[in-house]
Design a protein around this ligand. Structure first.
Ligand code: SF4
Length: 186
C-alpha cells in the first residue's frame, strides 16, 4: 500500500480516465489524516477544480455550517470524493470513471481506517452503501460494512436547491456527531 505522499503524487499525475484532459486541478482530499470520520462526496465541481480543495463554494460553506453546528469541523474529519477530477459541466460521474478512480479512495480509506463513513449525496451512497440506495428515504440510516459504520446525508448542493430539507439534514448531522462521541472518536 502506498503512503499518503506517494498516493497524492500518483493521483496528481493520474491519466487513468479522460477527465485528466479537462481538469484544472486534481482534488485529492483534505482534512485530518488521523481522523476516524470520513466524508465522501461524488466529484469536484467548478470551484473545487479551480482550487484543488473539496467542498468549497456555496455548497462547501453549507457543509462547513452543518459540521460546525454539531461540534465537528473540517479539521476534525477527512473529506474526499469518489472522483478526483471534475466531470465537465458537473454531469454525474460515469460508471467507468468511478471504477477508474475508486482505487485512490480505497487506499485513502485504508490509510485512514475510519470508524464512520458519511456518504454525501445519492451517488456516493449508491456506490459505497447500496446500488439501489434511495437518498430521500434512507438518509440518516446506519449500515455496517466490514466493521465500518456508514450513513448518508443529502448533498449540500441539493440543500441549496431545496431549503426545506435542511432541518432533516441537520438532524442527520446531530446523529453523526452523537455516534462519533459514543464511539469515542470525537
Ligand atoms: S478522475 Fe480519477 S481516474 Fe480519472 S484521471 Fe482523475 S484521478 Fe485519474
Amino acid at each position: 500500500m502506498r503512503d499518503w505522499d506517494t498516493l497524492l503524487a500518483d493521483c496528481q499525475n493520474c491519466t487513468a480516465c479522460s477527465l485528466c484532459r479537462t481538469r484544472t486541478n486534481v482534488v485529492f482530499g483534505r482534512g485530518d489524516r488521523a481522523s476516524k470520520i470520513l466524508f465522501i462526496g461524488e466529484a469536484p465541481g467548478e470551484q473545487e477544480d479551480l482550487s484543488g480543495v473539496p467542498f468549497v463554494g456555496a455548497a462547501g460553506h453549507l457543509l462547513d455550517d452543518l459540521l460546525l453546528s454539531v461540534g465537528l469541523s473540517r479539521e476534525k474529519v477527512y473529506i474526499a470524493n469518489i472522483l478526483k477530477c471534475r466531470p465537465p459541466n458537473n454531469r454525474d460521474p460515469l460508471p467507468e470513471e468511478q471504477d477508474a478512480c475508486l482505487p485512490f479512495l480505497r487506499e485513502q480509506t485504508a490509510l485512514l481506517q475510519p470508524r464512520i463513513i458519511v456518504c454525501v449525496g445519492r451517488i456516493a451512497a449508491a456506490k459505497l452503501i447500496d446500488p439501489g440506495f434511495k437518498i430521500m428515504r434512507q438518509h440518516g440510516q446506519w449500515f455496517e460494512r466490514r466493521g465500518v459504520l456508514m450513513t448518508a446525508v443529502l448533498h449540500p448542493s441539493a440543500l441549496l436547491r431545496s431549503q426545506s430539507n435542511r432541518p432533516l439534514t441537520y438532524l442527520d448531522f446531530v446523529d453523526i456527531a452523537e455516534r462519533a462521541r459514543a464511539e469515542g472518536i470525537l
